[in-house]
Design a protein around this ligand. Structure first.
Ligand code: PLP
Length: 394
Protein backbone atom coordinates (compact mmCIF):
# COMPACT_ATOMS: atom_id res chain seq x y z
CA UNK A 1 0.00 0.00 0.00
CA UNK A 2 1.68 3.23 -1.07
CA UNK A 3 0.16 6.71 -1.12
CA UNK A 4 -2.20 7.59 -3.99
CA UNK A 5 -0.12 10.69 -4.64
CA UNK A 6 3.07 8.69 -5.12
CA UNK A 7 1.29 5.98 -7.09
CA UNK A 8 0.04 8.60 -9.58
CA UNK A 9 3.50 10.06 -10.00
CA UNK A 10 5.10 6.61 -10.44
CA UNK A 11 2.53 5.70 -13.10
CA UNK A 12 3.12 8.88 -15.07
CA UNK A 13 6.92 9.00 -14.98
CA UNK A 14 9.07 8.07 -17.95
CA UNK A 15 11.96 6.37 -16.28
CA UNK A 16 15.26 7.11 -17.97
CA UNK A 17 17.04 4.81 -15.56
CA UNK A 18 14.97 1.96 -17.06
CA UNK A 19 16.43 2.79 -20.50
CA UNK A 20 19.91 2.79 -18.97
CA UNK A 21 19.27 -0.61 -17.34
CA UNK A 22 17.97 -1.93 -20.65
CA UNK A 23 21.26 -0.79 -22.19
CA UNK A 24 23.16 -2.81 -19.62
CA UNK A 25 21.09 -5.90 -20.49
CA UNK A 26 21.72 -5.37 -24.21
CA UNK A 27 25.45 -4.98 -23.44
CA UNK A 28 25.41 -8.39 -21.73
CA UNK A 29 23.88 -9.95 -24.88
CA UNK A 30 25.76 -8.12 -27.67
CA UNK A 31 28.94 -7.06 -25.81
CA UNK A 32 29.40 -3.62 -24.23
CA UNK A 33 31.47 -2.41 -27.22
CA UNK A 34 28.42 -2.82 -29.47
CA UNK A 35 25.94 -0.78 -27.39
CA UNK A 36 25.80 3.00 -27.54
CA UNK A 37 24.18 3.95 -24.29
CA UNK A 38 23.53 7.69 -24.33
CA UNK A 39 20.62 7.51 -21.89
CA UNK A 40 21.88 8.71 -18.52
CA UNK A 41 24.00 11.58 -17.20
CA UNK A 42 26.53 9.65 -15.15
CA UNK A 43 29.97 11.31 -15.31
CA UNK A 44 32.54 9.39 -17.37
CA UNK A 45 35.69 11.46 -16.73
CA UNK A 46 37.90 10.50 -13.75
CA UNK A 47 37.69 12.78 -10.69
CA UNK A 48 40.77 15.04 -10.38
CA UNK A 49 43.53 13.43 -8.27
CA UNK A 50 43.25 16.17 -5.66
CA UNK A 51 39.85 14.81 -4.52
CA UNK A 52 41.21 11.50 -3.23
CA UNK A 53 44.42 13.12 -1.98
CA UNK A 54 42.46 15.64 0.08
CA UNK A 55 40.25 12.94 1.57
CA UNK A 56 43.24 10.75 2.48
CA UNK A 57 44.99 13.65 4.15
CA UNK A 58 41.89 14.54 6.16
CA UNK A 59 41.43 10.92 7.24
CA UNK A 60 45.08 10.71 8.28
CA UNK A 61 45.25 13.99 10.16
CA UNK A 62 41.88 14.94 11.66
CA UNK A 63 40.63 13.48 14.97
CA UNK A 64 38.21 10.72 13.94
CA UNK A 65 35.46 11.40 16.47
CA UNK A 66 35.13 15.05 15.45
CA UNK A 67 35.48 14.31 11.74
CA UNK A 68 32.77 11.66 11.71
CA UNK A 69 30.52 13.32 14.28
CA UNK A 70 27.46 15.48 13.58
CA UNK A 71 28.46 18.90 12.26
CA UNK A 72 25.98 21.81 12.48
CA UNK A 73 22.95 21.14 10.23
CA UNK A 74 24.09 23.82 7.81
CA UNK A 75 27.68 22.53 7.73
CA UNK A 76 31.18 23.16 9.10
CA UNK A 77 31.65 26.94 9.60
CA UNK A 78 35.22 26.97 8.25
CA UNK A 79 34.06 25.25 5.03
CA UNK A 80 31.14 27.67 4.59
CA UNK A 81 33.46 30.65 5.14
CA UNK A 82 35.94 29.20 2.64
CA UNK A 83 33.18 28.87 0.02
CA UNK A 84 31.90 32.40 0.72
CA UNK A 85 35.45 33.81 0.31
CA UNK A 86 35.97 31.86 -2.90
CA UNK A 87 32.69 33.04 -4.45
CA UNK A 88 33.23 36.65 -3.36
CA UNK A 89 36.65 36.71 -4.95
CA UNK A 90 35.59 34.95 -8.15
CA UNK A 91 32.25 36.65 -8.80
CA UNK A 92 32.48 39.85 -6.73
CA UNK A 93 29.63 38.77 -4.42
CA UNK A 94 28.84 39.60 -0.79
CA UNK A 95 28.35 36.13 0.69
CA UNK A 96 28.99 35.54 4.38
CA UNK A 97 29.43 32.24 6.18
CA UNK A 98 25.75 32.48 7.29
CA UNK A 99 24.54 32.52 3.68
CA UNK A 100 26.19 29.23 2.72
CA UNK A 101 24.30 26.02 3.55
CA UNK A 102 26.09 22.75 2.80
CA UNK A 103 23.80 20.19 1.13
CA UNK A 104 23.81 16.61 -0.12
CA UNK A 105 24.13 17.69 -3.76
CA UNK A 106 21.72 19.85 -5.74
CA UNK A 107 18.81 17.44 -5.37
CA UNK A 108 18.52 17.88 -1.60
CA UNK A 109 19.09 21.64 -1.94
CA UNK A 110 16.12 21.95 -4.31
CA UNK A 111 13.90 19.79 -2.08
CA UNK A 112 14.87 21.92 0.92
CA UNK A 113 14.13 25.14 -0.96
CA UNK A 114 10.70 23.86 -2.02
CA UNK A 115 9.96 22.79 1.54
CA UNK A 116 11.08 26.20 2.83
CA UNK A 117 9.31 28.45 0.33
CA UNK A 118 6.18 26.70 -0.92
CA UNK A 119 2.72 26.50 0.53
CA UNK A 120 0.14 24.16 -0.99
CA UNK A 121 -0.53 25.06 -4.66
CA UNK A 122 2.19 27.70 -4.81
CA UNK A 123 3.86 27.78 -8.19
CA UNK A 124 7.39 27.40 -9.49
CA UNK A 125 8.22 28.38 -13.06
CA UNK A 126 10.97 26.57 -14.91
CA UNK A 127 12.27 26.92 -18.45
CA UNK A 128 11.42 23.91 -20.57
CA UNK A 129 12.89 21.56 -21.65
CA UNK A 130 13.87 20.86 -18.04
CA UNK A 131 15.44 18.17 -15.85
CA UNK A 132 12.57 15.76 -15.20
CA UNK A 133 13.16 15.51 -11.43
CA UNK A 134 12.14 19.18 -11.02
CA UNK A 135 8.51 18.09 -11.00
CA UNK A 136 9.12 15.78 -8.04
CA UNK A 137 11.19 18.36 -6.16
CA UNK A 138 8.22 20.73 -6.37
CA UNK A 139 5.17 18.46 -6.29
CA UNK A 140 6.37 16.39 -3.32
CA UNK A 141 5.95 19.64 -1.40
CA UNK A 142 2.45 20.20 -2.83
CA UNK A 143 3.62 22.92 -5.22
CA UNK A 144 2.92 23.16 -8.92
CA UNK A 145 5.67 23.24 -11.57
CA UNK A 146 4.79 25.58 -14.44
CA UNK A 147 6.90 25.15 -17.59
CA UNK A 148 7.81 28.14 -19.77
CA UNK A 149 8.87 26.69 -23.10
CA UNK A 150 12.15 28.05 -24.50
CA UNK A 151 12.47 29.25 -28.07
CA UNK A 152 13.09 25.87 -29.72
CA UNK A 153 15.23 27.41 -32.48
CA UNK A 154 17.76 28.75 -29.96
CA UNK A 155 16.92 26.82 -26.75
CA UNK A 156 17.06 30.16 -24.89
CA UNK A 157 14.28 31.41 -22.54
CA UNK A 158 11.41 33.02 -24.41
CA UNK A 159 9.93 36.28 -23.03
CA UNK A 160 6.35 35.52 -24.16
CA UNK A 161 6.03 32.06 -22.59
CA UNK A 162 7.92 33.26 -19.51
CA UNK A 163 5.64 36.23 -18.89
CA UNK A 164 2.56 34.09 -19.47
CA UNK A 165 3.68 31.52 -16.88
CA UNK A 166 3.36 33.90 -13.89
CA UNK A 167 0.50 34.10 -11.45
CA UNK A 168 0.16 35.60 -7.99
CA UNK A 169 1.08 32.14 -6.65
CA UNK A 170 4.54 32.20 -8.30
CA UNK A 171 7.13 31.91 -5.54
CA UNK A 172 10.29 31.12 -7.44
CA UNK A 173 11.72 30.62 -10.88
CA UNK A 174 14.03 27.64 -11.29
CA UNK A 175 16.71 28.15 -13.90
CA UNK A 176 19.43 25.72 -15.01
CA UNK A 177 22.38 26.87 -17.08
CA UNK A 178 24.32 25.06 -18.55
CA UNK A 179 21.14 23.12 -19.13
CA UNK A 180 20.09 19.54 -18.74
CA UNK A 181 18.75 18.31 -21.21
CA UNK A 182 19.72 20.81 -23.93
CA UNK A 183 23.35 21.73 -23.17
CA UNK A 184 22.40 25.40 -23.73
CA UNK A 185 24.20 28.11 -21.77
CA UNK A 186 21.77 30.99 -21.30
CA UNK A 187 23.20 34.22 -22.70
CA UNK A 188 23.58 37.54 -20.82
CA UNK A 189 20.73 38.90 -23.01
CA UNK A 190 18.43 36.04 -21.96
CA UNK A 191 19.31 36.58 -18.30
CA UNK A 192 18.70 40.33 -18.52
CA UNK A 193 15.28 39.58 -19.98
CA UNK A 194 14.53 37.03 -17.23
CA UNK A 195 15.62 39.50 -14.52
CA UNK A 196 13.60 42.39 -15.91
CA UNK A 197 10.39 40.32 -16.16
CA UNK A 198 11.00 39.04 -12.61
CA UNK A 199 11.39 42.60 -11.31
CA UNK A 200 8.22 43.65 -13.11
CA UNK A 201 6.30 40.69 -11.61
CA UNK A 202 7.65 41.28 -8.08
CA UNK A 203 6.25 44.81 -8.32
CA UNK A 204 2.94 43.64 -9.77
CA UNK A 205 2.32 41.00 -7.07
CA UNK A 206 4.01 42.82 -4.18
CA UNK A 207 6.05 39.91 -2.86
CA UNK A 208 9.53 38.52 -3.52
CA UNK A 209 9.90 36.04 -6.35
CA UNK A 210 13.21 34.24 -6.04
CA UNK A 211 15.42 33.14 -8.89
CA UNK A 212 16.84 29.73 -7.95
CA UNK A 213 19.85 28.95 -10.11
CA UNK A 214 20.56 25.21 -10.24
CA UNK A 215 24.20 24.97 -11.34
CA UNK A 216 25.58 21.42 -11.30
CA UNK A 217 27.09 22.01 -14.76
CA UNK A 218 28.69 25.44 -14.21
CA UNK A 219 32.20 23.98 -14.58
CA UNK A 220 31.26 22.07 -17.73
CA UNK A 221 31.27 24.89 -20.27
CA UNK A 222 33.36 24.81 -23.41
CA UNK A 223 35.13 28.04 -24.34
CA UNK A 224 32.35 30.20 -22.87
CA UNK A 225 31.87 32.05 -19.57
CA UNK A 226 28.71 31.04 -17.71
CA UNK A 227 27.20 34.29 -16.36
CA UNK A 228 26.78 34.44 -12.57
CA UNK A 229 23.15 35.19 -11.80
CA UNK A 230 23.57 37.49 -8.82
CA UNK A 231 24.92 40.01 -11.36
CA UNK A 232 21.44 40.16 -12.88
CA UNK A 233 18.91 39.80 -10.09
CA UNK A 234 18.99 40.62 -6.38
CA UNK A 235 16.77 37.82 -5.08
CA UNK A 236 18.97 35.07 -6.52
CA UNK A 237 19.62 31.83 -4.65
CA UNK A 238 22.44 29.74 -6.13
CA UNK A 239 22.44 25.94 -5.85
CA UNK A 240 25.81 24.37 -6.63
CA UNK A 241 26.80 20.73 -6.75
CA UNK A 242 30.14 18.93 -7.09
CA UNK A 243 28.49 15.82 -8.60
CA UNK A 244 29.46 16.67 -12.17
CA UNK A 245 32.28 19.19 -11.59
CA UNK A 246 34.33 16.58 -9.71
CA UNK A 247 32.65 13.37 -11.02
CA UNK A 248 31.55 12.40 -7.51
CA UNK A 249 27.72 12.14 -7.67
CA UNK A 250 27.76 9.22 -5.22
CA UNK A 251 29.39 11.35 -2.54
CA UNK A 252 26.50 13.85 -2.34
CA UNK A 253 28.00 17.28 -1.78
CA UNK A 254 26.96 20.77 -2.80
CA UNK A 255 25.70 24.00 -1.27
CA UNK A 256 23.09 26.75 -1.33
CA UNK A 257 24.50 30.30 -1.52
CA UNK A 258 22.47 33.37 -0.64
CA UNK A 259 23.70 36.96 -0.34
CA UNK A 260 22.50 38.90 2.75
CA UNK A 261 20.59 41.27 0.39
CA UNK A 262 18.16 38.49 -0.54
CA UNK A 263 14.75 39.37 0.86
CA UNK A 264 13.80 37.47 4.04
CA UNK A 265 17.36 36.14 4.30
CA UNK A 266 17.13 35.17 7.98
CA UNK A 267 13.79 33.37 7.58
CA UNK A 268 15.08 31.51 4.54
CA UNK A 269 18.19 30.30 6.39
CA UNK A 270 16.08 29.25 9.39
CA UNK A 271 13.69 27.42 7.04
CA UNK A 272 16.53 25.65 5.24
CA UNK A 273 18.13 24.61 8.54
CA UNK A 274 14.83 23.13 9.74
CA UNK A 275 14.21 21.51 6.33
CA UNK A 276 17.61 19.82 6.52
CA UNK A 277 16.37 18.02 9.63
CA UNK A 278 12.69 17.58 8.74
CA UNK A 279 13.50 16.00 5.37
CA UNK A 280 15.95 13.64 7.01
CA UNK A 281 19.22 14.88 5.51
CA UNK A 282 20.42 16.15 8.94
CA UNK A 283 23.65 17.47 7.39
CA UNK A 284 25.78 17.10 4.25
CA UNK A 285 28.50 14.41 4.56
CA UNK A 286 31.21 15.71 6.88
CA UNK A 287 34.27 14.28 5.07
CA UNK A 288 33.06 15.64 1.73
CA UNK A 289 32.53 19.08 3.23
CA UNK A 290 36.10 19.12 4.53
CA UNK A 291 37.44 17.89 1.19
CA UNK A 292 36.22 21.20 -0.29
CA UNK A 293 38.80 23.13 1.75
CA UNK A 294 41.23 21.87 -0.93
CA UNK A 295 38.90 21.40 -3.95
CA UNK A 296 36.46 24.31 -3.91
CA UNK A 297 37.39 25.40 -7.45
CA UNK A 298 38.58 22.05 -8.84
CA UNK A 299 37.06 20.38 -11.86
CA UNK A 300 37.45 17.33 -14.06
CA UNK A 301 39.31 17.59 -17.37
CA UNK A 302 36.47 18.99 -19.46
CA UNK A 303 38.42 18.70 -22.73
CA UNK A 304 37.44 15.01 -22.70
CA UNK A 305 33.71 15.86 -22.79
CA UNK A 306 34.37 18.59 -25.34
CA UNK A 307 36.03 16.14 -27.71
CA UNK A 308 33.05 13.76 -27.50
CA UNK A 309 30.62 16.63 -28.01
CA UNK A 310 32.45 17.71 -31.15
CA UNK A 311 32.45 14.20 -32.62
CA UNK A 312 28.70 13.82 -32.13
CA UNK A 313 27.67 17.35 -33.03
CA UNK A 314 29.72 17.41 -36.23
CA UNK A 315 28.85 13.84 -37.18
CA UNK A 316 25.10 14.26 -36.66
CA UNK A 317 24.76 17.67 -38.30
CA UNK A 318 26.72 16.45 -41.34
CA UNK A 319 24.22 13.60 -41.66
CA UNK A 320 21.36 16.10 -41.64
CA UNK A 321 20.15 15.86 -38.01
CA UNK A 322 18.94 19.10 -36.44
CA UNK A 323 20.71 19.94 -33.19
CA UNK A 324 21.57 23.23 -31.55
CA UNK A 325 25.28 23.55 -30.73
CA UNK A 326 25.54 22.85 -26.98
CA UNK A 327 28.03 25.04 -25.11
CA UNK A 328 27.89 23.21 -21.81
CA UNK A 329 26.97 20.18 -19.68
CA UNK A 330 27.25 16.82 -21.45
CA UNK A 331 24.00 16.75 -23.36
CA UNK A 332 23.06 17.20 -26.97
CA UNK A 333 19.40 17.83 -27.82
CA UNK A 334 18.52 16.45 -31.22
CA UNK A 335 15.30 16.74 -33.19
CA UNK A 336 13.70 13.32 -33.60
CA UNK A 337 13.07 12.25 -37.20
CA UNK A 338 9.37 11.81 -36.44
CA UNK A 339 6.90 13.51 -34.11
CA UNK A 340 6.76 10.61 -31.67
CA UNK A 341 10.12 10.90 -29.89
CA UNK A 342 9.54 7.74 -27.82
CA UNK A 343 8.99 5.74 -31.02
CA UNK A 344 12.09 7.34 -32.54
CA UNK A 345 14.09 6.12 -29.52
CA UNK A 346 12.67 2.62 -30.10
CA UNK A 347 13.80 2.76 -33.75
CA UNK A 348 17.29 3.84 -32.62
CA UNK A 349 17.52 0.72 -30.46
CA UNK A 350 17.60 -1.30 -33.69
CA UNK A 351 21.04 0.28 -34.18
CA UNK A 352 21.86 -0.40 -30.49
CA UNK A 353 21.63 3.33 -29.75
CA UNK A 354 19.91 4.29 -26.50
CA UNK A 355 18.71 7.86 -25.97
CA UNK A 356 16.16 9.56 -23.72
CA UNK A 357 12.91 10.82 -25.31
CA UNK A 358 12.42 14.60 -25.11
CA UNK A 359 8.88 14.13 -23.76
CA UNK A 360 10.48 13.17 -20.45
CA UNK A 361 11.90 16.71 -20.28
CA UNK A 362 8.86 18.58 -21.61
CA UNK A 363 10.57 18.76 -25.00
CA UNK A 364 8.42 16.54 -27.23
CA UNK A 365 9.68 15.77 -30.72
CA UNK A 366 13.30 15.86 -29.53
CA UNK A 367 15.69 13.39 -27.90
CA UNK A 368 18.52 13.83 -25.42
CA UNK A 369 21.92 12.33 -26.08
CA UNK A 370 23.98 12.16 -22.92
CA UNK A 371 27.54 12.13 -24.21
CA UNK A 372 29.33 11.16 -21.04
CA UNK A 373 30.79 8.17 -22.87
CA UNK A 374 34.34 7.65 -24.22
CA UNK A 375 35.09 9.44 -27.51
CA UNK A 376 35.62 6.03 -29.13
CA UNK A 377 32.02 5.02 -28.32
CA UNK A 378 30.73 8.28 -29.82
CA UNK A 379 32.78 7.73 -33.00
CA UNK A 380 31.64 4.15 -33.37
CA UNK A 381 27.99 5.09 -32.91
CA UNK A 382 27.99 7.32 -36.01
CA UNK A 383 27.33 4.58 -38.63
CA UNK A 384 24.28 3.57 -36.54
CA UNK A 385 22.97 7.14 -36.60
CA UNK A 386 23.54 7.16 -40.37
CA UNK A 387 21.47 3.97 -40.79
CA UNK A 388 18.76 5.44 -38.57
CA UNK A 389 18.60 8.49 -40.84
CA UNK A 390 18.36 6.20 -43.89
CA UNK A 391 15.45 4.28 -42.31
CA UNK A 392 13.49 7.55 -42.26
CA UNK A 393 14.53 8.61 -45.75
CA UNK A 394 13.06 5.48 -47.34
N1 PLP B 1 19.86 19.46 -11.40
C1 PLP B 1 20.16 19.03 -12.63
C2 PLP B 1 19.87 19.91 -13.78
C3 PLP B 1 20.73 17.76 -12.83
O1 PLP B 1 21.00 17.35 -14.07
C4 PLP B 1 20.98 16.95 -11.69
C5 PLP B 1 21.53 15.61 -11.86
O2 PLP B 1 21.71 15.08 -12.92
C6 PLP B 1 20.66 17.46 -10.43
C7 PLP B 1 20.10 18.71 -10.32
C8 PLP B 1 20.91 16.68 -9.19
O3 PLP B 1 22.29 16.58 -8.98
P1 PLP B 1 22.97 16.20 -7.61
O4 PLP B 1 23.74 14.94 -7.85
O5 PLP B 1 23.85 17.34 -7.29
O6 PLP B 1 21.90 16.02 -6.61
Amino acid sequence: MISKRLRASLDSSICIRDIFEEGKKLAAVYGPENIYNFSIGNPSVEPPAIVNEAMKEILDTEPALALHGYPANVGHPEVRQHIADYLNEKYGCTYTCDGIVMTSGAASALAMLSNTILDKEDEVITFAPYFWEYKSYVETFYGKLVPALCNMETLQPDPETFRAAFSERTRFVLINTPNNPTGAVYTPESLKMVASILEEKEKEYGHPIYLVSDEPYRKLAYGIEVPYLTDYYKNTIVVYSYSKALSIPGERIGYIAMEPEVEDFEDLIAGLTASMRYLGYVNAPSLQQKMLMKCVDASVDISIYEETRDILYQGLTEMGYTCIHPDGAFYLFVKALEEDDAHFCEMAKKEKILMAPGTAFYGPGWVRISYCVPAKVAKESLPGFQKLMEMYQK
